[in-house]
Every structure is written in C-alpha cells, then in structure tokens.
Design a protein around this ligand. Structure first.
Ligand SMILES: C[S@@+](CC[C@H](N)C(=O)[O-])C[C@H]1O[C@@H](n2cnc3c(N)ncnc32)[C@H](O)[C@@H]1O
Length: 397
C-alpha cells in the first residue's frame, strides 16, 4: 500500500539493489533468466502482499527475496516429481498448476516447458487472465464448487500447492476426486496439506481427522470454502482410497513450502513406490558483526527437514568463489519452536572472513539428500542479510 492508500504492482527493480543481486544470483543457480522471472508482482497478488510481505515486517526487499526463495523451493519439489515419476521435463506432456494464484510457479515453468504444455487454474479469474496475457499459458477459471467446474484434459501432472491446506471436510474429498479425474493414463496428482503436527496451540484435532479454522490470508474467499485446515495422514489416505481404490500414493513430510506435507497420488496403475522428494535445507543469517580485526563474523542457523538426511557441509562463497567450508558446530533447540514436528535438530554455524566491501557472501547448505539450500549476505557496509520470518534480524555491522 502506498502513502496515498493505493495498491501498486511491485517492480523488482524498485527494491534494494543488494537484494536484487541476491535474487539474480539465486535464479542463475537454477538456470533461470532473472529478467524474465522478475516481472512485476501484481498488486492483487494475495500470496505476496497479504502473506509474505507482512511476515517480513513489510520490508519489500526481504519479502521479494523470500518470494523468489519460496518459488525455487516449490520448484525443487516439482522437479523431483517430474524427474522421479514422469521421466523428466523432456518427456512431459501437459501440466496443470491448479490454485496457481498469480503464477508464482508459472514464472519458472514457462522457462522450463513450452508454454502450450502449461495450464493454470484458480478461482481468481483475474489472476488466471493475467497469467494468460503475461506468460501465454492456457488458463482455466475455477469455481467455489467442484461440480461447477469442468475441464476436459488428461494431464501428466496436476500440481496443487496450498489449496487442500485450506479446504474444509467434504470439499477436500470432492476437489480430490475432481482433480484426480484430470490425470492422463500415466499422470500424477501432487497436493500439499498442513499436517496435524502444526495445528496452532489451543486447538484440538477433530475426531474426523480434519480440523478447520475459520481464517485465512484471503481478503475475499468465503470462509465456507477456504480457511485453514489441519489433517491426519489417515484422513488423507481415506480420501485418496475413496477416490481411487488401490492408487499408489506417497507422503513427503514438509515436502512443500516451509511447513506443508506433499502427497503424490498416481493415476490407476501408476506405481510411485520408488519416488523420492526431499526438501532443500533451510537456513539464514542472524548476525553480522564487524570485529576490531577488520573481519566480519557471521552467525546463523540451518535445518534439514528431510527425514533421514543431514546437512553435511556449509560452503561459503564470496563473489562466486568458494573460500571456506565449515561444519555446523552446535544444535539450536531454540529454533525448533518455529518448526514443530521437524524430523531433525536445527543446527548453528559461524564463520569469519575479510572480504571486499560490497562483496556477495553466499552460503551453500549441502545436504546428504543431494539438495542444496542457499542464504545470502553482503560482506560489509550497511548490512543486508537473508534470514527467516521468525528469526528477526540482529545486525551489528
Ligand atoms: C495459498 S494460495 C496458493 C497459490 C499458489 N499455489 C502458490 O503457491 O503461490 C491458495 C490459492 O487457492 C486458490 N483457490 C481457493 N479456492 C479455490 C477453488 N475453489 N478453485 C481454484 N482455486 C482456488 C486461491 O484463489 C489461491 O490463489
């Protein structure tokens, strides 16, 4: 919101240039064209303006970085499903990103696929129209009730990020049936939910296995169809088996976003038993302290959220040059409060270096899963760091 009370699109080139540099570097790690990815964020995008931005103290630069980071984490899950269940991007038919919002994921997909392969759907028809106009993809306009939505197409992948995590009982099963019906013969449906492990304190799980809380980030969706829901695995599995008895399915705890579980369900006859989806490590800087020696000491945290995996190395790069590798040197039980039900202990790290003013420091959080998480800081001068919503910045530069 601007001083005159008007909402405006956010242009990436209006944010702090240091965060623009972090974003450009991060996108290059994924072979993405930054200029193409960084089209302005439409003022009506609730995911950015109502969810991410307020979570980062309305700091547009940090929020824009977090938008990019969350998109790339989202894409990491997507990529693993495509490679593990569908033979890779080169062998992919058409895909539907349902509940796409304003197309966070489309910014990546349109660089990895032919636009004719990409279908996007949302109840916000202006968001769908904007994506059609901006990316040249095919839009489908959804409805509050699945019975009022028709779409005739057999897709290889129907991906639904963060919609089932907001559905009440009944609609949950009906949307699952509807979307599973959009799969082609080798197709897979991937959708995310909030597990009961992250049910907010003070609430109890409903005996049905789905607890529905009547609030959300949406400024306009009716609370009868969109709130906050928390589910047990038994609830989700019963819904899957009712839709497609005997279907192969997998659950990947914390597989999507920072806190959602990813479920993947095959079309009849598709075997998903070998599918693996890991979550890239998360982490961030907490302090950057200029020492009398002229060095700067950086301190932060990291968390591997994939069960059975661990962060085995933290590589430090300055302006793209590897300068030092360290190991996490302590556990950080205080961080756990922000990640209820995390399968691994959060860890802490610290290192010192003397780097040219303005240099970019990039951390590689390397996991035994084979995935890498990244965090950024500017070497000296007025501090710029990437951090996490709960770990407020404490800069001492
Ligand atoms: C939390 S947002 C996630 C958006 C997007 N998947 C992402 O990760 O950025 C949830 C989205 O679900 C959409 N949605 C809610 N009910 C829907 C329905 N009945 N049909 C299609 N989309 C719906 C909302 O409009 C919103 O864009």
């Amino acid at each position: 919101m601007t001083d005159d009370g008007q909402s405006r699109d956010l242009a990436f080139d209006a944010i702090d240039p240091r965060y623009q540099a972090f974003i450009g570097d991060y996108l290059r790690r994924y072979d993405l064209d930054a200029a193409r990815f960084c089209r302005p964020l439409p003022a009506d995008d609730e995911m950015f303006f109502k969810a991410i931005l307020p979570n980062y103290e309305n700091d547009l630069s940090i929020a824009a970085f977090k938008f990019v980071e969350s998109t790339l984490r989202h894409y990491e899950a997507y990529r693993q499903v495509v490679e593990g269940a569908l033979g890779g991007f080169a062998n992919l038919g058409t895909v539907l990103d349902f509940a796409s919002g304003w197309g966070r994921l489309t910014r990546v997909l349109e660089q990895k696929l032919d636009r004719r392969q990409i279908f996007v759907g949302d109840i916000y028809h202006d968001a769908v129209a904007w994506q059609e106009k901006t990316f040249g993809v095919t839009g489908v306009s959804s409805a509050p009730d699945p019975d009022d939505f028709e779409h005739a197409c057999g897709h290889d992948l129907v991906f639904v990020g963060s919609m089932f995590s907001h559905l009440p009982d009944g609609l949950f099963q009906r949307w699952l049936a509807k979307l599973h019906g959009f799969l082609g013969h080798r197709g897979v449906l991937a959708f995310s939910v909030h597990d009961q492990a992250i049910l907010p304190a003070g609430h109890a799980m409903d005996p049905s296995g789905l607890t529905y809380l009547r609030f959300s980030e949406s400024g306009s969706l009716d609370l009868e169809i969109y709130g906050m829901s928390y589910v047990t695995e038994a609830y989700v599995v019963a819904a899957i088996q009712a839709v497609s008895p005997g279907a192969s399915w997998r659950r990947f705890p914390k597989g999507l976003y920072e806190n959602q579980d990813l479920y993947v369900v095959g079309a009849p006859g598709v075997d998903l038993s070998g599918l693996k989806v890991a979550s890239p490590p998360m982490g961030g800087f907490e302090t950057a302290t200029l020492l009398p020696t002229g060095e700067t000491e950086y301190v932060g945290w990291a968390l591997e959220r994939t069960p059975g995996c661990a962060i085995d190395l933290v590589g430090v790069h300055v302006d793209d040059r590897p300068v030092v590798s360290i190991l996490p040197d302590r556990e950080r039980p205080d961080v756990l409060a922000a990640f209820p039900g995390a399968p691994n202990a959060p860890v802490g790290w610290r290192f010192r270096l003397q780097a040219p003013a303005g240099a970019m420091v990039r951390l590689h959080l390397q996991s035994s899963s084979g995935l890498t998480g990244y965090a950024y800081a500017q070497a000296t001068g007025p501090a710029a760091l990437t951090y996490s919503g709960w770990s407020r910045r404490a800069l001492r530069v």
